[in-house]
Design a protein around this ligand. Structure first.
Ligand code: GCB
Ligand code: CA
Length: 885
């Protein structure tokens, strides 16, 4: 696995060879492909004359592809769904006059209508698969050619229609022009390259390569051709070659199927040693020997099966699928990623030690699949049918079409082992179809579609398995969906959306006991985390890094150690865009192991420590928490805080500022030290031994002690900010200030009196510090600080957590008054003096809107008391800050 470099060197040796071969053929009329990503004009909205030649697009935006119009989805829940137009003039070389010319869109989401010189040339429905159009008969060689593409990401008859991710619109992958001689490998077969290659090897003794495809003759006369299929060993030498003479009538497609003579003892492909065989398919004119078309693919020998009792097997050996799911967007650019960005993601996953990827929830860029073949990662890829099957006319046909496209387009990637077609399909089904009849119909529709897609899948590809991902409900077994697919995937979130961590183990055991006929894989599991939140007492849904770590430290060993579980796919590799989501980081699902900018979270190194045994992993898991505060019990006392180390070493030793804290043996790839923090910039270092040599990690932390007893505090540098109602430190990424966890008042110190904790997942308007406002104490009576005489600034933070109808459009004629609730109303007094008579944040700002008020008070010594008195509903407080003036 550390051999990425070596593999890359091998690859480039292959590339040299390829170049030599290429040069030897260069005296021929082969296919030419080029991107046309640059120089487009774009208009967001519809334009009835968008396809017409004379339309003046000079005021449209200048864009390059890949492009999406939906960067708004990082801000707006209701991001733009509708139409957009792209236009571009094509520069067609004169030499293409006697060629067939094709246009390929690698992805346009969700629907593309393509026009050339004002003529409609075709449409494609499906935002995640490629489409190809034959432009030949529409091209002009005397006047400029105008290409126009209308894209629509609002269509409800094209999957996905409901999901926890953003349906970014636009032409967001490459666009290609390809010119080929009249005789060529078929280019119009579902966006594929017209050739389908697979290998068979049931043992390591011998294997063969199968090549099938279509050869098209677009000429007006019959063609006599030669088809040459060559397979090259990984070292570049020829393994097998087959030649065949064929005749293709004018305007016809010749379908062929070849099987090479056996290759003895083929080198087997694994994610660790991804050896590839190169397949070259050449089409020549039989008499002149001029090469007309030529394709190159990489294939591999590997065999696998999924076993319901014993898990997954690769090349005859048990093999745990150590996986991640991956979404394709990156804040702030959306899905318009370059190939090198996809490759960067691949490397990060590979370096972490993953051997399996669930390409979720839709087909992704070829660049990613190429990496999986060449650098080694097993693949599950799927089409986006999620949450429910709508009864919209055309929907099922589009699903089938997208499934065929995915399989044909990615058939030649030997890394692929499974095709998927439904994710948590009963989740919304169960929620929205209220009557029994409606539910029954929906279930029938879902089953019918699943059966249809299963048939199509097997028809397209008998060499891979089918999979679906279910959510943790027995309804999938009861409805019979589990019997349709080869492998059952479970998305399990016990200890996150509900239940406890142990519920995960229990669920798996129950499934194994009651439904052990189908192999099982954990297709998702994960917990959210927000870098700004940290705690010494993690809980579900607090979005602290620490809870995410606790959760994953429970799940991963279960996956590793349960033999019947084929493996798992962590949800999700990256923090990704889900415009509908609120929580601590609105618009973002933050369950990633890396953040949106691909910076690894500390927990990434837990995976690396668990999965990589070939390199030392030693990581002080405090990069995410390197701005620390701690509550100081007594002046000048050090503050004890936990420091975790993720490592694959058996034993580690931790020091702070050169003083030894301790030595610990490592279990479950981590060790936690209670560390005395002092000074403002302590340096943590950890050492251990790997393979006889010493390894080291070090980290400087920024530290601020917050006194519990504030009578003699040094207020020149103190801003006492409390995250009321929360167990978490919250460090604002805008101001850098840390709000410390809440605590009950004790004499001489500070803290709350009365009330109980409350939290909400609703986003808070008019702030960027959502988590601070999302946690609060309701029915709070008082907040108290035992501080000396002086002038203080008291800041209070509120967000009314109870919905108030502020614009009752649908209650025409009724005043807000008559709806009743105006939100919670309360008084606030400081040191006995009322500062707010009728504080009503919901009326003043709106419910779930941030309200922040500051008061200057001159305090006479003793307890500074901020008291809350309920007038209507209840009192609540989200944050409090005290500063001495
Ligand atoms: C799921 C879904 C996935 C969501 C994920 C989550 O089960 O399959 O699309 O993003 O849960 O984070 O809730
Ligand atoms: Ca709070």
């Amino acid at each position: 696995m550390e051999n990425i470099d070596m593999i890359q060197r091998k690859l480039s040796a292959g590339a040299v060879l390829f170049l030599l071969l290429f040069i030897s053929f260069s005296a021929s009329a082969q296919r030419e492909s080029r991107t046309i990503n640059d120089g487009w004009r774009f208009f967001q909205g519809d334009c009835s004359e968008g396809a017409t030649l004379s339309w003046d697009d000079s005021r449209w935006a200048s864009v390059h592809l890949p492009h999406t119009w939906n960067t708004d989805a990082y801000v707006e829940k209701d991001y733009y769904r509708g139409r957009g137009w792209y236009r571009r003039v094509l520069d067609i070389p004169a030499s293409w006059k006697d060629k067939q010319v094709f246009l390929k869109l690698d992805a346009a989401s969700k629907v593309a209508d393509v026009y050339l010189n004002g003529q409609p040339i075709g449409s494609h429905a499906g935002g995640y698969t490629a489409c190809i159009f034959d432009l030949t008969e529409y091209l002009s060689f005397t006047t400029p050619n105008l290409l126009a593409v209308r894209v629509d990401n609002a269509r409800q008859d094209v999957p996905p229609v409901s999901a926890d991710f953003t349906f970014f619109g636009g032409i967001y992958r490459d666009v290609w022009l390809t010119a080929v001689p009249y005789q060529h490998f078929t280019l119009t077969d579902c966006g594929s390259d017209g050739l389908f290659i697979h290998t068979s090897c049931l043992s390591d003794k011998q294997g063969s390569v199968f090549i099938r495809g279509g050869i098209r003759n677009d000429d007006s006369v019959k063609a006599v051709l030669e088809l040459i299929c060559s397979v090259y060993h990984p070292d570049g030498t020829l393994a097998q070659q087959q030649k065949k003479k064929i005749q293709v009538k004018a305007g016809e497609t010749y379908v062929f199927q070849e099987e090479t003579a056996p290759i003895h003892c083929p080198e087997l492909w694994t994610p660790e040693i991804p050896v590839l065989y190169r397949v070259e398919t050449v089409l020549r004119d039989a008499s002149t020997k001029v090469v007309l078309d030529r394709m190159e693919h990489y294939t591999a020998f590997r065999y696998f099966h999924f076993d319901a009792q014993k898990g997954f097997f690769l090349n005859g050996k048990p093999y745990k699928l150590r996986g991640i799911c991956r979404h394709q967007d990156q804040k702030p650019i959306g899905v318009a990623l370059s190939d090198e960005m996809h490759r960067r993601d691949f490397r990060l996953m590979k370096e972490m030690g993953a051997n399996f990827i669930r390409i979720s929830h839709y087909p992704q860029d070829d660049a990613l699949l190429e990496m999986c073949d060449h650098l080694g990662m097993l693949v599950w890829e799927e089409i986006p049918i999620i949450n429910r099957v709508p009864d919209t006319p055309g929907f099922a046909d589009h699903c089938e079409q997208n499934l065929r496209e995915m399989i044909r387009q990615h058939y030649n990637h030997p890394s692929v082992i499974a095709w998927g077609y439904m994710n948590e399909i009963l989740l919304e089904t169960q929620r929205i179809y209220k009557t029994e009849d409606m539910l029954k119909l929906a279930l029938e529709r879902t089953l019918a579609l699943a059966e249809r897609l299963e048939r199509v899948l097997k028809e397209e590809d008998s060499t891979r398995v089918s999979v679906m991902a279910f959510h943790g409900s027995n309804a999938y077994n009861e409805s019979g969906l589990n019997r349709i697919v080869d492998v059952v995937g479970w998305n399990l979130y016990n200890g996150w959306y509900g239940g406890d961590l142990k519920g995960f183990d229990r669920f798996l055991a129950e499934q194994q006991q009651d439904y052990s006929t189908h192999p099982l894989i954990v297709s998702e599991y994960g917990a959210g985390s927000d870098k700004r939140l940290h705690t010494t007492a993690p809980r579900p849904f607090d979005f602290s890094s620490e809870y995410q770590q606790t959760y994953l430290e429970h799940y991963l060993p279960v996956l590793e150690n349960t033999p019947y579980v084929c493996g798992g796919a962590h949800w999700n590799f990256t923090d990704f865009s889900s415009a509908v989501r609120e929580e601590s980081m609105p618009r973002i699902n933050n369950k990633g192991l890396v953040r949106a900018d691909r910076a690894p979270k500390d927990v990434y190194y837990y995976y690396q420590a668990m999965w990589r045994k070939d390199i030392p992993v030693l990581h002080i898991a405090s990069r995410d928490w390197n701005v620390r505060c701690g509550i100081q019990g007594a002046p000048d006392a050090s503050v004890m805080l936990p420091v975790k180390v993720y490592t694959n070493l058996p034993e580690v030793e931790l020091s702070i500022d050169g003083r030894l804290v301790g030595r610990k043996s490592v279990t479950n790839c981590h060790a936690v030290f209670e560390v005395p923090f002092e000074g403002t910039e302590p340096y943590l270092s950890v050492t251990g031994v790997f393979d006889g040599r010493e390894v080291h990690d070090g980290l400087r932390v920024n530290f601020t002690p917050i006194p519990l007893h504030i009578a003699d505090a040094d207020w020149t540098s103190l801003e006492l900010a409390v995250n009321v109602g929360s167990n978490c430190f919250f460090t604002s990424d805008k101001s850098g200030l840390t709000w410390v966890p809440d605590r009950p008042y004790i004499e001489g110190g500070w803290g709350y009196i009365g009330g109980r904790e409350k939290s909400t997942q609703t986003e808070i308007q008019l702030t960027v510090d959502d988590p601070l406002y999302q946690t609060m104490r309701e029915d709070i009576e008082e907040y108290r600080f035992d501080v000396p005489t002086g002038s203080y600034e008291v800041e209070l933070l509120f967000a009314d957590p109870d919905g108030v109808v502020t614009s009752p459009v649908y209650l025409l004629g009724k005043s807000e008054e008559s709806i009743g609730k105006q939100g919670n109303v309360f008084t606030v007094s400081i040191d006995g003096r009322i500062v707010e008579e009728n504080l009503t944040p919901a009326r003043d700002a709106g419910s779930f809107h941030a309200v922040k008020r500051r008061y200057v008070v001159s305090h006479k010594g003793g307890s500074l008391k901020v008291a809350f008195g309920c007038r209507q509903g209840k009192t609540y407080l989200s944050g409090i800050k005290l500063r001495k003036l």
